[in-house]
Design a protein around this ligand. Sequence first.
Ligand code: FAD
Length: 474
Amino acid sequence: GPSVMWFRTDLRLADNPALAVAAERPLVALYVLDDGANGARPLGGAARWWLARSLRALAAALAAQGVPLILRRGAAAEAVPAVLRETGAGLLAFNPGETPIDRAAEGAVTAAVAKSLPHVAVSHGVRRSALIHDPASVGGRVFTPFWKHIRAAFVPPPPLPAPDRLAGAAAVRSDALNDWELEPTAPDWAGGLDESWAPGEAGAAKRLADFLDGGLTGYATLRDRPDLDHVSRLSPHLRFGEITPAQLWHAARAAMASGRATSLDVEKFLTELGWREFSYNLLNQRPLLAEANIQPRFDAFPWRQDEASLAAWQRGLTGYPIVDAGMRQLWQTGWMHNRVRMVVASFLVKHLLQDWRAGEAWFWDTLVDADPASNPASWQWVAGCGADAAPYFRIFNPVLQGEKFDPHGDYVRRWVPELTDLPNAVLHRPWTAPPGVLSAAGVTLGESYPAPLVDHAHARARALAAFQTIKAKA
Ligand code: FAD
């Protein structure tokens, strides 16, 4: 009988080990939207938008070779066996999941198939593609030794090509993608996402090619500059498995071998991929990574309840230009530069004393790359309660961060246009500008742009005092 390829977070044809196996027979492609049915966290709004676009791209690529993409909704342990039964399939193939939830779901599917469809062969785990390392074989709480070990012990195998010929099996009933209502309609807030991204495998490949042609040169130093274009923006493509870390690894190493990139830049880029590996490793050690402090002493931390501050942060109205620029970039494009993510997260947790989980939840809803491992791991890292975390008492000064990493103010002017005419000397600290400078720039603090929500020195002292209350509990 035909094979069923169960796609999950591997929405691509190339470097897809399970698909390579399934493609040896007439093929039915299946995607199951579990939407919380497996105990997984329901996707946030921006990720739902991405998923819809990515599925459409995958369906088109498969349809070009006569393969139907069947969409079903519900628990995978019911949906997958149902499709196997309806198609008369003799083989089920899928790639191993890399989160505890995904592994639980595949365990339930495998058990259901063994029980009710014992003649169906199940192929999974032929080879790992979503991560470079195997979280079950390596542990650790400190990034540097972790990465040293991974870098020495694991070289991802050369990526597999897309299967050169697919044959479609007879289609069975599929949900209509539009009925899943993954994309916003009224209001349609996704215009900025549309302009910023091309979800799908082809979009991912183009993004990588552009990065190799441009941004990678200078990456090691310029990746911290949100005003420049020196990061890959591959994160949502990686998140949905439209491209693999092995593909990135080999492409970057090839650029180095051919002299197009320096080893310094390439090694730094691989190290950032290493943080993704590290985050997945932590998630596997800590399935409740988005809920529970890794350091239990933070359970007693005196977070403030302050809906108004949280809302000002979410809307990019804190009065700190670099923070507001980041939050507006996030809202409009579904993505934020990494340096600015660190600044806005630190501001929420330390200046506003809001529980990191509130920020993590906002990012989960608004990021197109919202990732079950990297998002909570990064929040815990910034908040100081994570593994190998930035210490809580190291408090970013948002003015100095802005002046250092957005030195000409191009980033702030792009996202906070009401400050465009302020001179650089005060752009990151408008409240220090003389009244004449503000009025010449058309800025009225408290009206056209907010006055600072908190004073930095006051907020810093308050955060340190809050930390003192739990410090002893190391
Ligand atoms: P590049 O610099 O081009 O890096 C290449 C790839 O490496 C990225 O696509 C990403 O997959 C990985 N990577 C880079 N930096 C990190 C990092 N610090 N941690 C984990 N992986 C990394 N990344 C997510 O993919 N999803 C998230 O939900 C997410 N939430 C974050 C929340 C906070 C508070 C912070 C501080 C960081 C978060 N990051 C998250 C990590 C990082 O900001 C993004 O991966 C990066 O900005 C994506 O842009 P890029 O693809 O251009 O990165």
